[in-house]
Structures are given as structure tokens and as C-alpha cells.
Design a protein around this ligand. Structure first.
Ligand code: GDP
Length: 391
């Protein structure tokens, strides 16, 4: 009897020992779950590993080796865009030119195609040109040139009419003017461009778009927010700059614009940048106040580096008013190039001819929309071809 009790006791103890071994045996890592992907993102790969580590250390008391479960996410790097290069931009944007300018081109072609060209017809041609802001002097020169060609030609095919109008318009626009924007580095210094113009013409936008053009062409750019009268201008410029990785030098609202411009150029020189573009104030408190200020900005910058281009931004839709502004700016600072903005929104592209004649300065860039890459180097032939394009 004692022997039976002893045997039962041994059996029960053996059972308990066996059961205990099975129950407390550590699980194999990864058993019963899916392994994390070999090349998963940080978040998906860390979570299962951390869970597993918790289990392991709880069960077997192992030293934790894995990184902490909630590793702080690295700050998101700002996304730097790569704008398209400037080559071929006017071709890409040609449809916008054609849309707004075809009224002028088609109007002229229709009159010129009529069988008889009497004095009334020539007057109509001249009026059409003047309405498109070509200017009286250029309009009468174009009409003179056309009258001579028509006499020589006798009968006229549509192609001949188109060709002679093209030739006359091109002659007025000046296909041989130097339209280079001097943005390149020289003698170890960056190309320095000052952008001037009345508020609302698209000055800050143009500065930002020009930075994109240059970055797209592989240049390094520093921007100067010297329009310190308008805090929003510096913010606007900073947005443009950050999108393409171009640093923006700015100061508080009301700071001395010349010192901002000087600092921007200094930074460009120190960092070995290719180009510095300085956006300036355009608010006219009093006419002389602003003009004096711009003259000062230029003089101060020139203590550091020469200013290679002074670009005057003009809104093509403002006609004679824009021309008046242009004259005032040209007197104050030696304007070396014109940027004609909002050409997409007007049929008065003739302003290109008039402003060049008035100031003796070439149109170098044209704005053809509000998009970031809607600024193009001006090409006279492309422009005239778009003007005369079939509707
Ligand atoms: P700023 O006061 O001279 O600096 O003018 P902004 O750069 O702030 O521009 C004034 C407005 O003109 C903005 O709404 C721009 O988007 C717009 N603008 C600038 N250039 C062009 C252009 O070429 N075409 C069109 N349609 N709008 C433009």
C-alpha cells in the first residue's frame, strides 16, 4: 500500500516537472509572427523588433540591445525643386503669346490681304498698330515700309503679306539688340542684378522666377530682399528662394534697403555664388524719395561689386502709364534691361517696340503668366512669329 502511494506521488511529481519545463521554455525569437521586411521603412521595421525585445527581456531578463521603440523622427528636409532650364521657354509659352496677341497680328494680316489698299486701309493699319501700343513713330515707320513693299510686289499672296509684315515688325523690335541678362560670375564675383519697378508690376514675382531660371540653368543664387517697406515682399521672396534652395538675405521691416542689398552681395561674394538678385522697393511715397533710395542702393552695392544689370519691371497692361513710370526709373538708375510682365493678359504687345524706342534699352525677359516658370528670355523672332500665327 505504501508502495502504491509512493509510486503515485513519483508519477505526479514527474508530471509536474515535465509540464513546468514545457511551460517555462523560452520561445524562439520570431516564432509565431512574420519577420519584418529586410528593407522596410524605419517605422515598420522598428515596431516589431521593439515588441519582441520587450518579451525577451521580460521572460529571460536579457540586456536590451535594440534602439528605443519611439526614436524621434528626423526633421523633414525641405523639398528643393529643380526648375526647367531657360532654353526654349518662349517656345513653350508661345501659345499664351499667340492667344493674347493674335488680335493684332490677324487684324493686320486681314487688312493687308485685301485686293486694294487705299489710304483708308493704310490708316486702319496704322490705327491698329497704335491701339496695340506700338507708338506713333514706329507705327508710321511700319506703314511706310509696308507701302513701299506692296508697291514693289504688285499682287500679294498671303505668304508674301505675312513675310513682309514679319520683316517690318522685326526691324522695329531690333533683332540684333543684346538681350543678355548679366547673371554670370566674373573675376571671382557673382553677377549682380537689381530688380526695380513700381509695386504691383510683378517685381518680386519676377525676382523669384528669375532665381528659378538661373537655378534651372545650374547656377547658385543669393537673393536680397531690399524691399523693406513691405514685409510681405521679403516673405514672398523667401518662399521663392526656399523652393529652389536659394538663400534670402533679409532684415526687419523698415530696415535700410541699401544695407540689405549690400549684405546680400557680400554673402554672394563670400559664398562664391554665381548670381545675386536684389529685389528693391517699389512704393512711391514721394517720387524723389524712392528714386533717391534706389540710387543709394546701387551706390552702396557698388562698394562691394559692380551692378551688372538693372532690370526695370513693367506691367504690359498699363500702357502709357507704364511708360511714364519707365522714364522716371530710367532717370534715377541706369536701367539696362526691361522685363515686360503680364504679356499673357494683353493684346498690346506693341509696348515692347515703344518702350525700347523710348528708353533705348532692350526688353530682356517677358512674363507670360503667374506660374513659377512663366518667365522667358525674350526672343524677337519667336515673338513676331507668335503674333502672326494663324488663329
Ligand atoms: P510687386 O509688387 O511688383 O513685387 O508685384 P508682385 O510680384 O507681388 O506681383 C503682383 C501680381 O502680378 C501677382 O499676383 C503676380 O502673380 C502677378 N504677375 C506677375 N507677373 C505676371 C505675369 O507675367 N502674368 C500674370 N498674369 N501675372 C503676373
Amino acid at each position: 500500500m505504501d508502495y502504491t502511494i509512493f509510486a503515485v506521488a513519483v508519477f505526479v511529481v514527474a508530471l509536474l516537472v515535465f509540464g513546468g519545463v514545457v511551460l517555462i521554455r523560452p520561445r524562439r525569437p520570431g516564432a509565431g509572427r512574420q519577420a519584418p521586411p529586410a528593407e522596410g521603412s524605419g517605422a515598420t521595421a522598428t515596431a516589431p523588433a521593439a515588441e519582441e525585445e520587450g518579451e525577451r527581456s521580460g521572460a529571460a531578463g536579457a540586456e536590451p540591445q535594440a534602439p528605443p521603440a519611439e526614436a524621434p523622427a528626423p526633421p523633414a528636409a525641405p523639398e528643393i525643386e529643380t526648375p526647367p532650364p531657360s532654353a526654349g521657354r518662349l517656345v513653350r509659352l508661345r501659345a499664351r503669346l499667340a492667344r493674347s496677341q493674335s488680335a493684332l497680328g490677324q487684324g493686320l494680316l486681314n487688312i493687308l490681304a485685301s485686293d486694294t489698299l487705299d489710304d483708308d486701309a493704310w490708316e486702319e493699319i496704322e490705327d491698329t498698330l497704335i491701339t496695340a501700343d506700338v507708338g506713333v513713330t514706329s507705327a508710321s515707320q511700319i506703314v511706310e515700309g509696308l507701302r513701299t513693299k506692296v508697291k514693289v510686289l504688285g499682287t500679294r499672296s498671303p505668304d508674301e503679306v505675312r513675310a513682309m509684315l514679319r520683316e517690318e515688325l522685326l526691324a522695329q523690335i531690333g533683332p540684333d539688340m543684346d538681350r543678355t541678362v548679366h547673371t554670370g560670375p566674373h573675376q571671382g564675383r557673382p553677377g549682380v542684378v537689381m530688380v526695380v519697378g513700381v509695386n504691383g508690376t510683378g517685381k518680386t514675382t519676377t525676382t523669384g522666377k528669375l532665381a528659378r531660371v538661373l537655378v534651372g540653368d545650374g547656377k547658385s543664387v543669393v537673393l536680397g530682399a531690399a524691399d523693406t517697406f513691405r514685409a510681405a515682399a521679403a516673405d514672398q521672396l523667401e518662399t521663392w528662394g526656399s523652393r529652389v534652395g536659394a538663400p534670402v538675405v533679409r532684415k526687419d521691416e523698415g530696415a535700410d534697403p541699401a544695407s540689405v542689398a549690400f549684405d546680400a552681395v557680400s554673402r554672394g561674394v563670400d559664398e562664391g555664388a554665381d548670381s545675386v538678385i536684389v529685389d528693391t522697393a517699389g512704393r512711391l511715397h514721394t517720387k524723389t524719395g524712392l528714386m533717391d533710395e534706389l540710387g543709394k542702393v546701387k551706390r552702396v552695392v557698388e562698394k562691394k561689386s559692380q551692378v551688372d544689370d538693372v532690370l526695370l519691371v513693367l506691367d504690359a497692361t498699363t500702357g502709357q502709364n507704364g511708360l511714364r513710370q519707365a522714364r522716371v526709373f530710367a532717370e534715377a538708375v541706369a536701367v539696362s534691361g526691361i522685363v515686360l510682365t503680364k504679356l499673357d493678359g494683353t493684346a498690346k504687345g506693341g509696348i515692347i517696340i515703344q518702350v525700347q524706342r523710348e528708353l533705348g534699352v532692350p526688353v530682356k525677359l517677358v512674363g507670360l503668366g503667374e506660374g513659377p516658370d512663366d518667365l522667358a528670355p525674350f526672343d524677337p523672332e519667336e515673338f513676331v512669329d507668335a503674333l502672326l500665327e494663324e488663329a
